[in-house]
Design a protein around this ligand. Sequence first.
Ligand SMILES: *Cc1c(COP(=O)(O)O)cnc(C)c1O
Length: 362
Amino acid sequence: MPHVKLHIPGPVEVSEKTFKAFCSPMIGHRGQAFKDLYAKIQPQLQQLLYTKQLVYISTSSAWGVMEGAVRNLVQKKVLNCMCGAFSDKWFDVSKRCGKQAEALQVDWGSPIRAEAIDAKLATGQFDALTVIHNETSTGVMSPLAEIAALKKKYPDVMFIVDAVSSMSAMPIKFDELGIDVLLAGTQKAFALPPGTAVFAASPAALAKAATAKDRGYYFDFVEFQKNAEQSMTPSTPSIGHVFALSSKLDDFFAEGLENRFARHKKTNQMTRDWAAKHGFTLFPDNGFESVTLTCVNNGAKPGGRAVDVAKLQKLTKDQGFLIDGGYGKIKGKTFRISNMGDETEATMGQLFAALDNAMKQV
Ligand SMILES: *Cc1c(COP(=O)(O)O)cnc(C)c1O
């Protein structure tokens, strides 16, 4: 198969170095070699999440932990903040777990704001809140600091945050923001192959989970904590992923987190500039655009131009790059370009050259 480089918002391109680490000789997950490996990456993960809590590794995609958070932490009723395909789905998942759930829906393209959450939480009905920091389907980043500041008024409400497509691309300070659960799937900004998620839970979340009946086993947060204290996971993890994660974390810290954050900002700005150069507008409300992907407006909203997205995608793919053609109900009316992972100004430049070529023919 010819190599088509992924510029979709996950999974993204995986480096040779990461794949090599992934293919390390297998070790037993209850042996010292695995414990040493987990103990080595634990402080790196803690630094990345700005937390003193232990960070867990789940062999699942992000949804496993998203569902797990609901099962562990919702006893009364959960408020699901919804602004796109993934956050909308979380409401559905809450109900499928048999939980009382309420939707706080805003239009796709708009962010979740603290004021709207405040009005809901003030009713006293809720003991948990789910927020997607970077809604990958719409390219909208909700203001996490603003929401975290509001949430401090409601200490008994569990603050569950999906940072699937933003974690590691920008600082998200778990302890300082007062987050109760923070999670990410590693096929997005981490640029690992799909199949694992990392997450942290606050002491309050762990205490609450311990009182939850029917929280199951595979995603039992208390089991994750007990095992992490021994540098282990509750069940056999995807050990290849743990090797790959270790290699990737070394990359992060060799580059330096600040440099990594600045690189994402820069490559994202390049993408926005590319869109503007061709007469497009962006889908997210002004000021709430993601830094890891760009959701280009292609007729979903007034303003800007619109092209045949399927054709643009194909012409770009023929040159070796895959962009995304829009997600869910805005498929074709938007398209998305990812700058997650290892992308640099130089590699993004190659993508834009291919896109420029394609634009001449759409
Ligand atoms: C990709 C994504 C998910 C779902 O991840 P899976 O790996 O498919 O479980 C959830 N939330 C966000 C914001 C995502 O981008």
